[in-house]
Design a protein around this ligand. Structure first.
Ligand code: GLN
Length: 530
């Protein structure tokens, strides 16, 4: 097997005369181990809840959905604390430590199956620690990638694509290792899967802590991600704000929290009432995510220390973060409706062996790792001739490929009966097109956010980028509810879904229309960026 580092060095030699700074390999490896831990635990979590803790499937899916939503909500807090007080390095280390303790708590939970209430309690504690830890880790490691380069360095898109490859190398091996150790049909073995996830994040944290001082430096050789300096603009800024800083922040903090709570309450309110309880059956986590998605961006952009041009740049970040909600909501069907489709209507026989439906979920990660070097090459090659699409067109292409993926599968299932299984070709083509879309959109999105953020808000705005994934994951769960069940018609905003073809076409329309809008505004956004 070729060592990853050599592989990347070769990619760099191939594509850039200047290569990449060494720090990118450190961030690659750290992120790879963190994602190994995240995806490994995630792969066995629902099984653990159902098979070992004996929760019913519905409750297990709810906990799983809330967990995957919340991990993308907390980066806002982790980003804020890093920008204001701690800097990226300390935040990453804190995040890794909390996640290691969280995974270890899951290990202890799974080691106490003779006392189910205790095991359940420990599992919730473990998940909360992971959610908080991820908040400190995720936006900060992504921000550090960009800090290795000068503000407008052309290599940033490629750097984020290499980083993204780290995410997916971790994502490929994690379910295999943690699944092999933990998912053995013996409930007492789950703990070994959690322990492997714990060791993964420990390795990532230790590597990061040992090498960060040496390799994480700016192009001028200064350390990056250290404690932030007090902001000059803020110092010189609005006198009234400065003098009344304390009350200003108190007022803002109170109104921020108040608005989130109020909006959460109104979203969660079950207007039909539920047997006397006005809040019965409410999706609190979903409501909190949607409320935060609306309130926090407004609070950031109204910060008094921002200049007009900074506000314009933040506006662009908001625009792309809004568009990508539709990307991830369609893409994340992989874990829900597309898995039902793989399970019920895809012929998975390879010779005598029937491939488990869950295996399809590894396809995108494998394809990202195979295709990422091609994209690093493509962007550099096109850039050399001035032919590379601008960053916003790349986002639009991402959405377009997503729409194409759904269009292919919609054609494949047209007029196919509920009891007929179609060839794997359709699902494989869909995942291939989705991966191409993902590589146009996701790493480039991280790169845009980094390029456009004022330095003192860089990690917080990375948190906003991930916030769109939180909202999208919740939205994805809702959309998956329209997956057609034998003969029953469903209706989404007046669009009738009678069969699989209609269901997949819903995503063609959703991502196709978003792509067209993105193509239309790409030129304007690009001008605003300059
Ligand atoms: N799969 C990527 C990761 O885990 C992207 C996640 C996202 O932005 N929604 O980092």
């Amino acid at each position: 097997m070729i060592p990853i580092k050599n592989l990347i060095i070769n990619i760099n030699k191939m594509n850039s005369t200047k290569g990449q700074p060494k720090g990118i390999y450190l961030l690659f490896v750290t992120e790879m181990w963190e994602r190994f831990s995240y995806f490994g635990m995630r792969a066995i979590l629902t099984l653990y809840m159902v098979q070992a803790l004996l929760l019913d499937k519905e409750l297990a899916s709810q906990i799983y959905g809330s967990y995957t939503g919340m991990v993308y909500l907390t980066p806002l807090i982790g980003g804020y604390i890093a920008d204001r007080y701690w800097g990226n390095r300390r935040s990453i280390l804190t995040g890794a430590t909390l996640m290691a303790i969280g995974q270890f708590t899951l290990f202890i939970s799974a080691s106490n199956l003779q006392n189910i209430p205790l095991a359940k309690f420990l599992m919730i504690c473990g998940l909360v620690l992971l959610i908080i830890g991820n908040g400190f880790f995720k936006p900060n490691i992504a921000t550090m990638v960009g800090s290795l380069y000068k503000e407008n360095d052309k290599r940033k898109d490629s750097a984020y694509t290499i980083f993204y490859m780290g995410v997916n190398v971790g994502a490929i091996f994690a379910p295999l290792v943690c699944g092999y150790l933990g998912n053995t049909n013996r409930p007492e073995d789950f703990r070994w899967g959690f322990l492997a996830a714990c060791i993964g994040i420990l390795i990532g944290g230790i590597i990061f802590q040992t090498l960060n001082k040496r390799y994480l430096v700016s192009p001028e050789g200064n350390p990056i991600g250290t404690k932030p300096q007090p902001n000059v603009q803020e110092e010189k800024g609005n006198e009234a704000v400065r003098l009344g800083l304390r009350s200003y922040f108190n007022m803002r903090t109170i109104s921020l929290i108040g608005s989130i709570l109020l909006l959460t309450l109104s979203f969660a309110y079950d207007w039909k009432g539920n047997q006397g309880s006005p809040f019965g059956g409410a999706d609190w986590i979903g409501s909190l995510i949607y409320a935060t998605t609306i309130v926090v961006p407004i609070f950031i952009i109204t910060d008094k220390t921002l200049t007009t041009s900074e506000k314009k740049h933040i506006g662009i970040i908001y625009a792309i973060s809004f568009f990508v909600i539709f990307f991830w909501a369609a893409y994340e069907q992989a874990g829900v409706s597309l898995t039902f489709f793989a399970d019920e209507q895809t012929n998975r026989m390879i010779g005598q062996w029937e491939m488990p439906s869950s295996y399809f979920q590894s396809f995108p990660a494998i394809m990202v790792v195979i295709l990422a070097p091609v994209f690093v090459w493509l962007w550099t090659f096109l850039g050399r001739y001035g032919l590379d699409p601008n960053d916003f067109n790349k986002q639009a292409f991402g959405l377009l490929f997503l729409a194409l993926g759904y269009w292919i599968i919609a054609l494949g299932v047209k007029d196919v009966d509920y009891n007929v299984k179609v060839s794997m070709f359709w699902l494989i083509s869909l995942y291939l097109l989705h991966t191409i879309g993902e590589l146009c959109l996701s790493p480039i999105g991280l790169s845009i956010v980094n390029k456009l953020s004022p330095a003192r808000f860089s990690s917080l705005l990375m948190g906003v980028w991930y916030l769109s994934s939180a909202a999208a994951n919740k939205f994805a769960g809702m959309l998956s509810g329209f997956y057609p069940e034998n003969g029953v018609s469903k209706n989404f905003l007046g669009y009738s879904i009678d069969n699989l073809h209609d269901f997949f076409m819903l995503f063609v329309f959703m991502s196709g229309i978003t792509a067209i809008i993105m193509f239309l505004v790409a030129g304007k956004l690009n001008k605003m960026m300059k």
